[in-house]
Design a protein around this ligand. Structure first.
Ligand SMILES: Cc1cc2nc3c(=O)[nH]c(=O)nc-3n(C[C@H](O)[C@H](O)[C@H](O)COP(=O)(O)O)c2cc1C
Length: 338
């Protein structure tokens, strides 16, 4: 067990009264409040420089923070100090919205997993734009993840994404089109060929646009998405979002299996890797891949790179293992490419 797991994590998990979402909010607030000295000390300990250039963007290292951790960008300056080579904020929607009823975030400790049904709780695209304007440029590339507002009917989805895109693309190094969250009714149908074509036709422009896909899609459906991505000039694919499956849970977590929502962490590792491999072989490497899902160790990251990912993101692994995982993953990448 690392120092983080034995001493820091138990404290963080109990912050804010101990339920998972309050602890998450309290930790974000602490990160947002870090002073310059704390950030400099963290940076000295955790930052790794192993530069990668992809879709015209220079990344100081290829390990990023996945979408959903810092939806409104409240702790943005802290993430590079914790070693991340890029950050994806959001998912944000054109309309501010509260998300689903609480509780909606569950830790499955023995499985190193999380179930969430947050439902895109966020302050809205214009609020994020104002925040990013105030902050000025970050130390690392910024991805901005866009989703559909719950109140917007599916038939008007393109307009809804476009509203957010127009407000936010000036601040983004890339835009992620999230059509794969299981927690907004109907959202995943936007992965259908015609729907994704409509979205990409409207959004692809100067700012690189990547499509984030679900791990539950059949290979034929993924192949269709890839075809559309290549046709419309998408900059890449982010694979994968959380899964609706419940395989791979420890006995102690079986009682949680019935919670609705997306599962992430260790049970997703192999599935995400297989999908990254499929995308890589199907496109002959023509479409850059950000690999995400169940990266809990440096070896998991190395295997995701080997499967075809050019960049890797962490969410659940960061919750369970802390910033040492970011550093270890970035170093394993460097070691494999001397
Ligand atoms: C609490 C929580 C909230 C999330 N919110 C988002 C989101 O808003 N947008 C998104 O694209 N993915 C979201 N995700 C999915 C993650 O970005 C990532 O794709 C997924 O968790 C798999 O990675 P992991 O196994 O490292 O956690 C969320 C995940 C969690 C656990």
């Amino acid at each position: 067990m690392t120092l983080f797991e034995s001493t820091v994590r138990p404290v963080l998990f109990r912050l804010g009264g101990g339920d998972a979402e309050s602890a998450h909010e309290a930790t974000l607030n602490r990160l947002a409040g870090l002073g310059g000295l704390s950030k400099a000390l963290l940076r000295a300990r955790y930052s790794t420089t192993t530069p990668v250039e992809l879709f015209g963007v220079k990344f100081p290292n290829p390990i990023g923070l996945a979408a959903g951790m810092d939806k409104n960008g409240v702790a943005l300056p802290a993430w590079p100090a914790l070693g991340f080579g890029f950050v994806e904020v959001g998912t944000v929607t054109a309309h501010a919205q509260p998300g689903n009823d609480k509780p909606r975030l569950f830790r499955l400790r023995d499985s190193e997993a999380i179930i969430n049904r947050m439902g895109f709780n966020n302050a809205g695209a214009s609020s994020l734009a104002a925040r990013l304007k105030d902050l000025g440029p970050l130390d690392v590339p910024l991805g901005i993840s866009l989703g559909k507002s719950k109140i917007t009917p599916l038939k008007d989805a393109v307009e809804d994404y476009l509203t957010s895109y127009q407000l936010l693309h000036p601040y983004a190094d890339y835009i992620a089109v999230n059509v794969s969250s299981p927690n907004t009714p109907g959202l995943r149908t936007l992965q259908d060929k015609d729907a994704i074509a409509g979205l990409l036709g409207a959004l692809v422009g100067k700012t690189p646009v990547l499509v984030k896909i679900a791990p539950d899609l059949a290979e034929t459906a993924i192949a269709e998405v890839l075809e559309v991505c290549l046709h419309y000039g998408a900059a890449g694919v982010i694979a994968t979002n959380t899964t609706l499956a419940r395989d791979g849970l420890a006995a102690a977590d079986q009682s949680r299996a019935a919670e609705a929502g997306g599962l992430s962490g260790r049970p997703l590792t192999e599935k995400a890797r297989k999908i990254v491999h499929f995308v890589h072989t199907e496109t002959g490497g023509r479409l850059p891949i950000i690999g995400v899902g169940g990266v809990m160790t440096a070896d998991d990251a190395a295997r995701l790179f080997d499967a075809g990912a050019s960049l890797v993101q962490l969410y659940s692994g960061f919750i369970y293992k802390g910033p040492a995982l970011v550093r270890a993953a970035a170093r394993s990448f460097a070691a494999a490419r001397p």
